[in-house]
Write a protein that binds this ligand. Structure first.
Ligand SMILES: Cc1ncc(COP(=O)(O)O)c(C=O)c1O
Length: 470
């Protein structure tokens, strides 16, 4: 059935058309008053959530939804983690806010904990409110430390670093390209390590990773390393669905180090167990250590907004006696830092990073089995932690995509709507299904959701592709 944009005052009909439960009165109010992210306002049709527990969310009409994307790949600890909620409450009773120009105990403790966990001994942490402002500040600090106030920033095509204007310019995101100004933000783009459709024309995954790293080295040499402040890249999975081959990040690190250019790891999505490590670069040991890294999302398990830039001792040392002309009213907010500290303890005390690695491996194996049964699944990527991507194709032999990137095919929109109606929330982007459940998800919940996904793929995608082929 074609999707009919709902009209104001007709919410129940629009919900019913997609098989979803009728929205609650509060959801209707929100539809008329709020501008939501990444949507056409007139078509917004999402459930209203009133509570949560573990990997499940509770809707205003009393239904439970199993969250298979950690909302925006951020609720790594599940919803309403009791220890994090307790820590927020305790901090609220003590002190809600102090200006970021003064000291605050939870901020100091969280900075120390992050430096320790990441092994950035002697480094420093700058706190932000989320991922985009963390990336902007990482670039600011890299430029200042290099003495290049407008130094170039090398990033990848098909990447995402946030929705501020500078981050739009650095991202390789076709959806916002017309509205962004890469030249104004010193942006230089290189091809991604996308082995399934390797831009360098090789079918060898490791070779594709090496060639993509070599392309960064070539870009640095072409523009002159003395003009480039930083290379800003995601070390592992990102929302664009590219999972770099293992050969990529260490080669990139070596190329940037050899040229004296800072490497910034955008770990906004990939950290805190999502890719099986505290920080995804740690998969490569010291050979993967960046000069700066940015964090957000899982830093508080999304219980409160918080981002961070972690600077190595070398970069921090260059700023030690410089004036920093930057700041945010709420950076290092005590409530958010208290949540971050409790979140770090929860990851450690509950062994969640190891759990993500183990369950991520199981999920990957189950998805490979699913792929064998479903020709519309071109490739399964990820599985290092609780993150995996299914890339859907019309034809596995030719790898013809289900729709041209970054268009999301109608079949996948239907899959999401039917998943929600069946009680599981899946995330899709373009031709991709992104699987990123909270690290606390139960093994049975995981298996049941994948069984549902297979049924939905068969109903929504495989049948449609077969129909068209006729
Ligand atoms: C890799 C990456 N970097 C940066 C961001 C931007 O973070 P925020 O939305 O908190 O600004 C995101 C958000 O999805 C992300 O996935």
């Amino acid at each position: 059935m074609p999707h009919r944009p709902h009209r104001r005052g007709e919410p129940a009909a629009a919900g019913a058309e997609r098989g979803a439960a009728a929205p609650s009165p509060r959801a209707i109010e929100e539809r008329d008053s709020v501008l939501h992210s990444w949507c056409v306002p007139a078509e917004w049709d999402a459930p209203t959530i009133v509570g949560g527990r573990g990997a499940r969310l509770i809707t205003a009409d009393g239904r439970e939804i199993l969250d298979f994307s950690s909302l925006a790949e951020c609720s790594n600890l599940g919803h309403q983690h009791p220890a994090v909620v307790r820590a927020i409450r305790a901090q609220a009773e003590r002190l809600c806010f102090v200006t970021s120009a003064w000291g605050a105990a939870p901020r100091a403790a969280l900075a120390r904990a992050l430096l320790e966990r990441s092994g950035f001994h002697g480094g420093r942490v700058f706190f932000t409110l989320g991922g985009a402002d963390a990336n902007e500040h990482a670039v600011k600090f890299a430029r200042q430390a290099r003495g290049l106030p407008r130094g170039l920033v090398v990033t990848r095509e098909r990447s995402y670093h946030g929705a501020s204007y500078a981050c739009m310019a650095w991202s390789g995101d076709a959806r916002v390209a017309a509205a962004s100004d890469p030249a104004a933000h010193g942006s230089v783009k290189v091809p991604p390590p996308y082995a399934y459709r390797c831009p360098f024309g090789t079918n060898d995954e490791a070779e594709c990773g090496r060639r993509a790293a070599a392309a960064v080295a070539e870009a640095l040499d072409r523009h002159g390393p003395a003009q480039v402040a930083a290379v800003l890249m995601e070390p592992d999975a990102g929302s664009n669905g590219i999972v770099p081959p293992d050969s990529y990040w260490p080669a990139l690190r070596a190329a940037t180090r050899a040229r004296g250019v800072y490497l910034i790891a955008d770990e906004v999505m990939s950290a805190f167990g999502r890719c099986g490590e505290w920080f995804a670069w740690q998969r490569h040991g010291e050979a993967g250590r960046p000069d700066l890294m940015t964090l957000a999302k899982g830093l508080t398990g999304a219980h409160l907004p918080l981002g961070a830039v972690v600077l190595s001792a070398k970069v921090a040392g260059r700023l030690e006696h410089a004036m920093l002309h930057t700041g945010l009213t709420y950076c290092g907010h005590p409530l958010a830092c208290a949540a971050g500290l409790a979140a770090l303890d929860a990851y450690a005390d509950e062994g969640l990073i190891e759990r993500a690695r183990r369950l991520g491996g199981q999920m990957y194996t189950m998805l490979q089995d699913l792929r064998r049964r479903m020709p519309c699944v071109g490739e399964v990527r990820g599985g290092r932690g609780l993150f995996a991507v299914l890339e859907l194709v019309r034809d596995r032999a030719t790898r013809a995509p289900l729709a041209p990137w970054p268009q999301t095919p109608a079949a996948l929109r239907t899959l999401v709507a039917r998943g929600l109606a069946a009680g599981v929330s899946f995330a899709v982007r373009g031709n991709l299904v992104l699987l990123a459940p909270p690290l606390v998800i139960g093994e049975h919940e995981l298996a049941d959701a994948l069984a549902l996904l297979e049924r939905l793929l068969r109903e929504c995608v495989a049948d449609e592709v077969r129909e068209e082929a006729r």
